[in-house]
Ligand binder design. Structure first.
Ligand code: PGA
Length: 249
């Protein structure tokens, strides 16, 4: 793992540079998308770079990590809607090449991993992390061998995500998510964590045992994973005095 600590803005710029480097070498790269608050700065930066002509997404294919069960793409809390609204509508991507798991026709999820493989596999996957260590919607205890599947959302995850809905009652109880194995197949991974509510879990992800209790701990075993932390999310890790290399941006 490479670990960088910096401001949210520095993180967005440095992570975006990884996309510039990749797309310069491989204009038809396959990108793994994520939702949530965390990648918004990065998406904003990617849109800016696209507008300035530094990168183009016209030959890029994307696969998103997850989607709520029961929400179609027109629902403003669906992850398809989120991706269109926060990234795809602002870059020169062909929407036909953008994929989000189908939260309505669950039969379709059986072919999601195959579709990723057929597209050549994910070159660069962006991840956030949940306060319980989830990556995508792989909650604690999810087997490391898992592929795309349907999950029951933890109450805590529903509560955390209820900030985007009118009330918690509207938050779906299930989601479709790429599995941990699906995520680990990506050639490169970027995980961003921001804010003090992530400090405990970040420390466990990096210093703790590789254990399904903290799904993100598996990333310790990925051959090319870059972790970007703001000061708050890095606080516990920095205080732990752990023997890990941390670079300031
Ligand atoms: P957040 O969500 O980016 O909104 O903090 C992260 C996650 O739950 O994976």
């Amino acid at each position: 793992m490479k670990i960088y600590v910096g401001s949210e803005e520095q993180i967005a710029k440095k992570a975006a540079q990884q996309y510039v480097d990749l797309l310069t070498k491989k204009p038809n790269a396959v990108l793994g998308g994520a939702t949530g608050s965390t990648p918004l700065g990065l998406y904003h930066e990617l849109a800016r770079l696209n507008k300035e002509g530094v990168i183009t997404f016209k030959d890029v294919t994307t696969f998103n990590l997850d989607e709520y069960v029961g929400l179609d793409g027109s629902h403003d809390q669906s992850y398809r809607y989120f991706m269109n609204h926060n990234l795809f509508d602002h870059i020169d991507i062909d929407k036909e090449r953008t994929h989000v798991p189908d939260g309505i026709n669950l039969e379709n999820i059986k072919t999601y991993d195959k579709a990723i493989e057929k597209a050549g596999g994910i070159d660069l996957q962006i991840l956030g992390i949940g306060v319980d260590g989830h990556i995508a919607f792989n909650e604690p205890g999810t087997p490391f061998e898992s592929l795309t599947h349907v999950v029951e959302l933890e109450e805590n995850t529903r509560e955390v995500n209820s900030r985007f809905f009118k009330s918690i009652d509207e938050v779906p109880h299930q989601a479709v998510t790429m599995g941990i194995k699906s995520i680990m197949h990506a050639r490169s991974i970027i995980l961003i964590a921001l804010g003090d509510n992530k400090a405990d879990v970040v420390e466990k992800m990096i210093n703790g045992p590789v254990d399904t209790a903290v799904a993100a701990s598996i990333l310790q075993l990925h051959p090319d994973c870059t972790v970007y932390l703001d000061e708050k999310a890095a606080a516990k890790l920095l205080a732990s005095g752990a023997d890990v290399e941390i670079e300031r941006i």
